[in-house]
Design a protein around this ligand. Structure first.
Ligand code: SF4
Ligand code: ZN
Length: 306
């Protein structure tokens, strides 16, 4: 197969585009996909400061690399989850990358800075580990972006992630979650804008990007991921995609094009509390919440008390 762009031998094939690319053209293709996504969806404006959530994995490091290559003012944020050796190894990849690029990496450590880890937080809050982890990430990412004066918080969710979440939400017709599942959530009182610039790239592509760009990343999966429903949804979508390349992108982008206009109003009014419910500042941390004390502060209280 020849490279679609320069006709040299291809090293990567993307079946859904029915195209192959050589190394430099593939890197260019990935940057272009992100540049177009950022521009078309008004994710990041000229001169805005971006905080990228960096886990040490392929997606977040590829995202950080591409945003820097596109000339954006992007710093990284690493959240240590306290998941033993996995967290230590992940942190090392994030730090190595930051060092190599001469970029700033903000670090927050759940055990060191907040006094709990994902496992103890989950036990204390009687939540599944991924639920306690997700709640902590949402709160701490937003807080770090506000504290650091960033305009935008960017995460490395790729096409496979978003299609799998959409699949799960559609299987249950979870309208609240569907209303929030947009690649851009506008800023609101107490919330920075949140963006997912990798939604046009699949996970095979972000992995190939890292390999071809010489970026080392943590390959092992988080040990807490076992039993996570999204892995099952991904496997189901991959089986469909194998038979019929392009289905995943058609599913996700069809949702955005057709459902987005219907859902924008609720999500813009209250970015993290869908459904038009009234929000007021949490009496402990000031984050917008629908109750007196936000879910994160309740988790924190229980986790550090146990
Ligand atoms: Fe957090 Fe679950 Fe992801 Fe691990 S798999 S990083 S616990 S959300
Ligand atoms: Zn709070």
């Amino acid at each position: 197969m020849k490279c679609r762009r320069c006709h040299e031998p291809a090293v990567v094939e993307i079946r859904r585009h029915n195209a192959g690319f050589c190394q430099p053209c593939f890197l260019h293709h990935c940057r272009e996909q992100v540049r177009r996504t950022v521009e078309d969806l008004s994710m990041i404006g000229p001169g805005e400061r971006v905080l990228v959530a960096v886990s040490g994995g392929k997606d977040s490091l590829a995202l950080w690399d591409i945003l820097l290559d596109l000339g954006m003012a992007a710093d990284g944020l690493y959240l240590g989850l306290g998941i033993g050796g996995y967290s230590e190894r992940s942190a090392a990849y994030a730090r190595d990358y930051a060092h190599r690029r001469g970029s700033r990496l903000v670090e927050i450590d759940l055990p060191g800075d907040l006094g709990y880890d994902v496992a103890s937080g989950a036990r204390a809050a009687r939540r599944a580990p991924c639920s306690a982890c997700g709640l902590s990430k949402r709160h701490l990412f937003n807080q770090a972006a506000l504290d650091g004066g960033y305009d935008v918080m960017a995460t490395g969710h790729n096409l496979d992630d978003e299609a799998a979440v959409l699949f799960g939400n559609v299987l249950r017709w979870s309208m609240e979650y569907l209303s929030r599942q947009l690649p851009v959530l506008a800023a609101g009182e107490g919330f920075v804008r949140k963006v997912k610039p990798l939604v046009r790239l699949g996970e095979r592509e972000t992995a190939a990007y890292c390999v071809l760009a010489g970026i080392d990343y943590v390959i092992e999966e988080c040990p807490m991921a076992e039993g996570n429903k999204h892995l099952g949804y991904k496997a189901a979508l991959n089986a469909i995609e194998d038979q019929s390349p392009g289905t995943k992108a058609a599913f996700y982008f069809g949702f955005l094009e057709r459902a987005r206009p219907l859902l924008t109003a609720t999500t813009e009014a209250t970015p993290s509390e869908p459904g038009g419910v009234e929000v007021a500042p949490c009496e402990r941390c000031g984050s917008p919440t629908t109750s007196q004390v936000c879910a994160f502060c309740r988790l924190l209280e229980r986790a550090v008390a146990t």
